[in-house]
Design a protein around this ligand. Structure first.
Ligand code: S3P
Length: 426
């Protein structure tokens, strides 16, 4: 078990242009290239464990992948059956989107993952896919990986999802592209919309009207993607919180996607009092730009709307709550319990270990701002928990164990953290 010690930091002023590329967009760019009639070109692909696993799977499905270390070129002659098991590692996005993509492909496929992914619920995709004719199975009646998929003909559908999940929506959109008629997917709250934007950019007939997405099946293949993956706002947000909780500090986070479904956590931090400014620099598939964050005294807030827009950032937002004046509350966030760890209990237990008063609810928690104290926190194998408590260490010093998982989404996190403070591996 690896352990890291993070020392308290003093005021800093930093421009960061090396935030990890977006994980969601990287997964999708590799997968969607398999639907194109030519060579897709992806620059700034996230070279982290989760997305490299997706790229490896794309190769196993017969795509040709050329990588000169800068641009990744992917071309495919259609999805081929693989003699190998397809390992998604720690990635729920990888596994759920591949379910949608492979449900209609010619052949038989096995998807598996690591010990954490094998515990996460898959019925949210296997059930609606089975209902339109897909042949999917797994342990616990199709809920747990390893999953087996035999490609089949899929029927048109009108599906109303009970959860706001971009993974479920994306799996169903991918299935709809090969269904036998026009399909609609309605979600209870808008979830991140990279799939719709990217596939539309490739020429797919997808229209969005509020919470309802309508997909016309592909008539042929789509146009190849030419994309530069922007920086990941969920990764950038660790350094936004670092600046917001450190007096006299500021950071500029460069080249981040400013997609409205992804920057809600920055808006929450601004509601707490942090000084945050956005600067749009380009707009292809997504608006992209720089986010300026400056420290200011923080006050408590309640977070209960558009939860899917900041679901990944809640662990580190909770560190800002711990440094704020008053009691902050998170509600309607039961989805946190089925992420890489049960993030309600991992956040609550770790904050308690750091001397913070916390109350746990089924669908959230409340945090009373106070004085963070140095402690030893176990990441539970969850990258976002590991990074969140390293950021807490900037206030009070912190040991975090089991930190290898950071490589699943943000391999250069330690390098960037070292620009602010002393980081020792023990
Ligand atoms: C993701 C969607 C979110 C998010 C995950 C990435 C995606 O999950 O938590 O890290 O790329 O579609 P849900 O769609 O399950 O909420």
């Amino acid at each position: 078990m690896n352990l890291i010690h993070v020392s308290p930091c003093s005021a800093f002023s930093l421009n960061i242009s090396e935030i990890a590329p977006d994980k969601s967009i990287s997964h999708r760019s590799a997968m969607f290239s398999m639907l194109a009639n030519g060579t897709s070109e992806i620059t700034n692909f996230l070279r982290a464990q989760d997305t490299l696993n997706t790229l490896e799977i794309v190769k196993k499905l017969g795509a040709s992948v050329e990588d000169d270390g800068n641009v990744i070129k992917i071309s495919s002659n259609g999805i081929q059956e693989s003699s190998e098991i397809l390992d998604c590692g720690n990635s729920g996005t990888g596994m759920r989107l591949f379910c949608g993509l492979l449900s209609s492909a010619n052949g038989h496929f096995i998807l598996t993952g690591d010990e954490y992914l094998k515990r996460r619920p898959m019925k949210r995709v296997t059930l609606p896919l089975r209902n339109i004719g897909a042949k999917l199975d797994g342990r616990n009646d199709g809920d747990l990986a390893p999953l087996s998929i035999r490609g089949a003909s899929l029927h048109a559908f009108d599906y109303e999802s009970k959860i706001a999940s971009a993974q479920v929506k994306s799996a169903m959109i991918l299935a709809a592209l090969r269904a036998d008629g026009i399909c609609t997917y309605t979600e209870p709250e808008l979830s991140r919309d990279h799939t719709e934007r990217m596939l539309k950019g490739m020429g797919a007939e997808i229209s969005v009207d509020g919470l309802k997405t309508t997909v016309t099946p592909m008539k042929g293949l789509l146009s190849p993607l030419k994309i530069r993956v922007p920086a990941d706002p969920s990764s950038a947000f660790f350094f936004a919180v670092a600046a917001a909780i450190t007096p006299n500090s500021n950071v500029i986070l460069e080249g981040v996607t400013l997609n409205v479904t992804r920057i809600e956590a920055f808006k929450a931090l601004a509601r707490m009092g942090a000084d945050i400014r956005y600067e749009v620099t380009s707009d292809k598939y997504e608006p992209i730009g720089n986010i300026h964050v400056k420290h200011a005294p923080l006050s408590a807030i309640t977070v209960e709307d558009n939860i899917s827009w900041l679901i990944d950032e809640l662990p580190v937002l909770s560190i800002a709550f711990a440094c704020a004046n008053g009691i902050s509350t998170v509600k309607n966030a039961q989805e946190l319990r089925v992420k890489e760890s049960d993030r309600i209990s991992t956040v609550v237990n770790a904050l308690v270990a750091c001397g913070i008063e916390v109350e746990e609810f089924e669908d959230g928690y409340s945090v009373k701002g106070g004085m963070l104290k140095s402690s030893t926190v176990d990441s539970s194998g969850d990258h976002r928990i590991a990074m969140s408590f390293m950021i807490a260490g900037l206030r009070c010093g912190m040991n975090v164990t089991d930190v290898d998982c950071v490589n699943t989404s943000f391999p250069n996190f330690f390098e960037l953290l070292k620009k602010i403070t002393r980081v020792e591996f023990k």
